[in-house]
Design a protein around this ligand. Structure first.
Ligand code: HEM
Length: 399
């Protein structure tokens, strides 16, 4: 095994060509350099399922409190209170508990008819045209409408919200994310919060405005307006583009596996397991990072305190040690084993059930209308972000 410092495998998270198909490189990292070090950007990476799983759970050693994205950790920015994805316990748990009120099974399941209606609105006008873009026609629309409805944001403001949030995450092709604008929570939700404060309803926003809780200093209080704003940004940021990308991947991967797609069209009861396999096979968030709080030994080497550790979820999800010798193939009948697409531990995705529901309904409604399709890869565009991997357009000829 090669030591991480003299690695011959190259993983540049900003190399657009490499990221177009990272899996051969991920396989080499897993097998040849399970603890990888990149001297150009100064980060470590783990890629085996067991290593990624263990590190994600160990939030005392691998902290989120300086951010969970390489560029943000390096920039050492101030993280606004309430940005729970970039916090450690105990304050993380306080904020997560409050936000999890939005994501109870009852609230999520109640969204099903509305999500289906959003899919119908996007898909019905396309029937008969012969053309369908999985991302622009559906993937970029339905998740945003769903989150906005969950929050109670009026439909007129929704496109603005999506574009604003996606622009914050965008990286220029081949370049790191521009963090110079800081983690401004912006003002896009402010008018809505103020309006809702004056016009209480039975929605989650009214609940968040009124809830009393004991904070990490033992003080019983309500959330500040700033904290609620941060919450809204976290939810919109975490739940929009990821789900959009899942739908783009569904278009591509099922086009490449027409037999499995036909099975799904004939037997929609298989769709939930197909969504699970899509999530494993093409994770929309293929890596997340942590700040290393103490010297830690991994594969006989010491990772020093103060380093950045990247968790290669995309590599872990194809590890044959977890998924068997055919881990690199797409198989909707694969025996179900836990994957890491939604992370694990304290930060396990709060929206996982919602993402699964949205994925299932989207695929049901697509297959009802278009049981066959071919993707036009020459015109499909890969999104350039270094944080979320997937398609900005996935045009298809449908029948
Ligand atoms: C396919 C779609 C999705 C994927 C792949 C995904 C992935 C992830 C991942 C990997 C994390 C953990 C980050 C970490 O450990 O640092 C996360 C956290 C989170 N996700 Fe998702 N997500 C998806 C959809 C959603 C949706 C639809 C929502 C809400 C509407 C959502 C809300 C959140 C929130 C609030 C967190 C922070 C949880 C915490 O820090 O405790 N996600 N997501």
């Amino acid at each position: 095994m090669t030591t991480s410092t003299e690695s011959h495998v190259r993983f540049d998270p900003y190399d657009v060509d490499l990221i177009a198909d990272p899996y051969p490189m991920f396989a080499r990292l897993r097998e040849e350099v399970p603890l990888y070090y990149n001297s150009e950007y100064d980060f470590y990476a783990v890629s085996r399922f067991a290593d990624v799983n263990k590190a994600l759970v160990d939030n005392a050693t691998f902290s989120s409190a300086r951010g969970a994205i390489l560029e943000l950790i390096k920039a050492n920015l101030d993280i606004p209170s309430g940005m729970l994805i970039f916090e450690d316990p105990p304050i993380h748990d306080v904020h997560r508990k409050l936000l999890s009120r939005m994501f109870t099974p009852r609230k999520i399941n109640a969204l099903e008819p509305m999500i289906r209606e959003f899919c119908v609105q996007s898909l019905d006008p396309i029937v008969g045209t012969g053309h369908f873009d999985f991302v622009t026609d559906l993937g970029a629309q339905m998740p945003m409408k769903t989150i906005s409805a969950l929050l109670g944001i009026p439909e007129d403001d929704q496109v603005f919200v999506r574009d604003h949030v996606n622009a914050q995450l965008r990286t220029e092709a081949g370049k790191p994310m521009d963090h110079t604008k800081g983690l401004s929570v912006g003002d896009m939700f402010e008018a809505y919060i103020d309006w809702r404060a004056d016009n209480p309803s039975d929605d989650i926003m009214t609940e968040l405005l009124n809830v009393e809780f004991v904070d990490d200093k033992g003080v019983t209080r309500r959330l500040t307006r700033e904290e609620i704003l941060v919450y809204l940004n976290v939810v919109a940021g975490a739940g929009n583009e990821t789900t959009t990308r899942l739908i783009g991947w569904a278009g591509k991967v099922l086009a490449e596996h027409p037999d499995q797609r036909r099975e799904l069209a004939q037997n929609p009861a298989l769709i939930p397991q197909a969504i699970e396999e899509l999530l494993r096979y093409e994770p929309p968030a293929p890596h997340i990072s942590r700040y290393v709080t103490r010297d830690v030994d991994i594969h006989d080497q010491t990772v020093p305190e103060g380093s950045v550790m990247m968790m290669l979820i995309g590599a872990a999800c194809r590890d044959s040690r977890q998924f068997g010798p055919d881990a690199d193939s797409f198989n909707i009948h694969r025996a179900s084993r836990p994957h890491l697409t939604f992370s694990v531990g304290a930060h396990f995705c709060l929206g996982a059930a919602l993402a699964r529901l949205e994925g299932r309904i989207a695929l049901e409604e697509i297959l009802k209308r278009f049981p066959e399709w071919e993707v036009d890869m020459a015109n499909a565009k890969l999104s350039p972000t270094s944080t979320v991997r997937g398609w900005e357009t996935m045009p298809a000829l449908v029948s």
